[in-house]
Design a protein around this ligand. Structure first.
Ligand code: SF4
Ligand code: SF4
Length: 428
């Protein structure tokens, strides 16, 4: 992901796009069927080259060479992208370009020249500024979901960073997370009114300045409390803390997604599961917990052509292939649930197909978000799974919207909800 580079830094990269369209598909080695071979929800839906990772590189070059300006049509292309990173992983199998970084830089340029983001994004940005959450809900009720049976610990070194979607829209995930942590005997706290939106919805649509203010606020709030470990159940929050916050301000605490934290609690015997769930489940890898959660190292150097297709980078450029995301821990947790059988979808881990909600798409283009979730649901159905599990409240909302809309007999659970169901009655 882009870590502060500006669009002008990407002119050489944009010029290197071969227009080969590899970024519309998962890498050939990973394809199992034609039906589930694509990787880009945007080109799947709009079927015009500009709506692909490569098409957006061509657009970046045209913007940089003044052959294009930020018209409504250009903004449509820029923002009908879920920022899922599928193109980024695919291109590196051939040409080592990073289309997602360039897409992010185009969005930041659009905001800089006051052409973007889309009206729906501007509305939620204003709500974040006034209410500290994109839903415009009462900030004082951010923790109204907290059940009486969950006890917080004032001097805890572990904080549960709840995130806006779990706090206001997917409270069942927040409740399950807090109860599982409690059942494992983890002494934890929450930030209360000091927790603000993590900033992910703002950064993804190009508003870096507003994002950086939120990042500093949250880092400082956690540091003031002496927090050593931060646990979060939202893939968007996780990616933003893990990958983006360190470029804004360094921090001394460790960041965990709940799947990692729960896997550790199970390994250490702090959580014991007893209640069987005798069903077949499949796991959807959230993009921002998977390929977009790799730690990014800023690279500044030069690349030059040695032979027609051979480039040399000095110093060597670290290429992210998406394979160092959080893939093992959620599967480790699911496999330990008694009676539950895990089956994989054709596209999984770094090749997983997006749920459709990210990058500001759910807010600005809900029909596109639903289209993508329905595509993912077809793949779920093919596995024969009765339960769809994931690990992100944003995926939860969009995938459940698709389940409701299609009437498919598939149950959806967050990983925390499944764990809670599988605890011995009355705790561990
Ligand atoms: S980030 Fe995802 S939706 Fe956007 S162009 Fe790349 S593959 Fe397509
Ligand atoms: S971005 Fe990469 S994979 Fe896509 S068309 Fe350009 S060179 Fe090919």
């Amino acid at each position: 992901m882009n870590t502060g580079n500006v669009l002008e830094d990407y002119e050489k990269m944009a010029a290197k796009c071969l227009r080969c369209s590899f970024c519309k598909f998962i890498p050939q080695v990973a394809i199992k069927s034609q039906e589930f071979s694509t990787t880009c929800p945007s080109i799947d839906r709009y079927n015009f080259h500009s709506y692909s990772g490569g098409g957006r590189l061509v657009m970046a070059l045209a913007l940089l060479t003044n052959r294009l300006e930020f018209s409504p049509d250009v903004l449509d292309v820029i923002y009908k992208c879920t920022a899922c990173g599928g193109c980024d992983v695919a291109c590196k199998y051939l040409n080592r370009l990073e289309p997602l970084e360039v897409i992010q830089a185009i969005r930041e340029k659009a905001v800089e020249v006051h052409a973007g983001p889309m009206p729906a994004h501007q509305a939620y940005t204003q709500r974040v500024q006034s209410a500290h959450n994109p839903y415009g809900e009462d900030h004082k009720r951010r923790f109204a979901w907290l059940p009486d049976d969950v006890k917080l610990s004032d001097n805890a070194s572990v904080a549960y960073f709840v995130g806006c979607t779990s706090a206001y829209r997917r409270k069942e995930i927040a409740i399950a997370t807090a109860r599982v942590l409690g059942a494992a005997g983890v002494k934890f706290t929450i930030l209360g009114e000091e927790e603000f939106c993590c900033g992910s919805p703002l950064l993804r649509v190009g508003d870096r300045k507003a994002f950086e203010e939120l990042a500093r606020h949250n880092i400082e709030a956690l540091q003031r409390r002496g927090i050593r470990q931060v646990v979060m159940n939202c893939a968007g929050c996780y990616s933003i803390f893990k990958v983006e916050y360190p470029h804004v301000q360094s921090y001394g605490f460790r960041v965990y997604h709940t799947s990692q934290y729960f896997a550790q609690l199970l390994r250490n015997g702090k959580l014991k599961l007893a209640t069987p769930i005798p069903k077949i489940a499949t796991y959807h890898d959230p993009c921002h917990l998977g390929r977009c959660a790799e730690p990014y190292k800023t690279w500044r150097g030069i690349q030059f052509k040695v032979l027609t297709f051979i480039q040399l980078a000095i110093p060597p450029k670290p290429f992210l292939r998406g394979n160092r995301g959080v893939y093992g821990p959620p599967r480790e947790v699911i496999r330990q649930i008694p009676g539950l059988k895990l089956v994989e979808m054709e596209r999984n881990q770094e090749y997983a197909y997006c749920c459709g909600a990210g990058g500001g798409v759910k807010a600005a283009f809900p029909e596109f978000a639903l289209y993508t979730a329905k595509n993912r649901l077809r793949e779920v159905k093919k596995t024969g799974a009765e339960i769809l599990v994931s690990a992100c409240p944003f995926c939860s909302t969009n995938l459940q919207d698709a389940i409701r809309e299609t009437g498919e007999p598939i149950q959806y659970f967050d990983i925390s909800e499944l764990l809670l169901q599988s605890l011995p009655k009355g705790g561990t």
